[in-house]
Design a protein around this ligand. Structure first.
Ligand code: ZN
Length: 149
């Protein structure tokens, strides 16, 4: 288990140091902002949605290591997914982060599995879920920023 935890930590650190898909997205047609006042994280998510498929996703913002890594991993995972697939993924990640049983083993989380380490640090769970709640707001096309509080 210790080896697995080291690996998870390594992936999270890598995404924190070199966030993927960071910056504004030209041609985005969905956008939302999210805040986590507990930690001071903020994230702006840009999506390009074409025929119910997420063609591209990028994010900007200032956040802690966990929120940045979560946003980076999320934007990687979203590309090419249909809206239905995104909702399945959201449910699986939410369960992974918040339920004692973890995610449905049938859900294929791929690299997102590394976020499971966050469950050991309850105060950081909102950092990790922030990009995902911001994603929901972007898909609902909400103009009002979302807050984890
Ligand atoms: Zn945070």
């Amino acid at each position: 288990m210790a080896d697995l935890r080291d690996l998870y930590q390594e992936v999270i650190l890598d995404h924190t140091r070199r966030p993927r898909n960071f910056g504004r997205l030209a041609g985005a047609n969905r956008c939302a902002e999210g805040f986590n006042p507990l930690c001071g994280d903020n994230v702006t998510l840009y999506l390009k949605l074409v025929d119910s498929v997420i063609e591209d996703a990028r994010f900007e913002g200032n956040g802690c290591a966990i929120s940045t890594a979560s946003a980076s991993l999320m934007t990687e995972a979203l590309k090419g997914k249909t809206l239905d697939e995104v909702q399945v993924l959201f449910g699986a990640v939410h369960a992974l982060l918040t339920s004692a049983d973890g995610a449905d083993p049938a859900a294929s989380l791929g690299k997102l599995e590394v976020l499971s380490g966050v469950r050991e640090f309850p105060v950081r769970v909102k950092c990790a879920t922030l990009p995902w709640h911001t994603l929901q707001a972007a898909l609902r096309d909400e103009a009002r920023p979302v807050s984890t509080e």
